[in-house]
Design a protein around this ligand. Sequence first.
Ligand code: THU
Length: 134
Amino acid sequence: MEFAELFKMATEAATRSYSPYSKFRVGAALLCEDGTVVCAANVENRSYGLAICAERSAMVSAIAQGKKEFRALAISCPDAAYPVSPCGACRQFISEFVGAEFPIRFGGSGGGFVDTTMGELLPHDALHELASRP
Ligand code: THU
């Protein structure tokens, strides 16, 4: 699947965002190893700090559906004219399940986007060493 199509799915997912407080919709589309795509959006709460980003929402949803391997992630922010990158918490969260080469595209409404990788967004990540301890 092309990134263009994945990004379109992320933009579609953003329409299902629950973001009455920030009024900032974000959609994510996660391409799984089996070829399926798990889409999600940000979900906010009146207790503001409880907001869940679209990216984490997608990862959690995919893992809960039994998906274990992932090929690519697209993130769409239709309420921003510029590409908005994943927050620090999401970078850490996504990195639990993908490698440094994992491709990520994020874009805003203006048609511009950034193609990057997990390793670029979260460099010097050594914590996988902890995960592989016997
Ligand atoms: N948000 C995301 O869902 N992903 C991002 O990458 C940036 C921020 C959400 C969190 C909150 O609901 C709203 O956007 C404003 O920060």
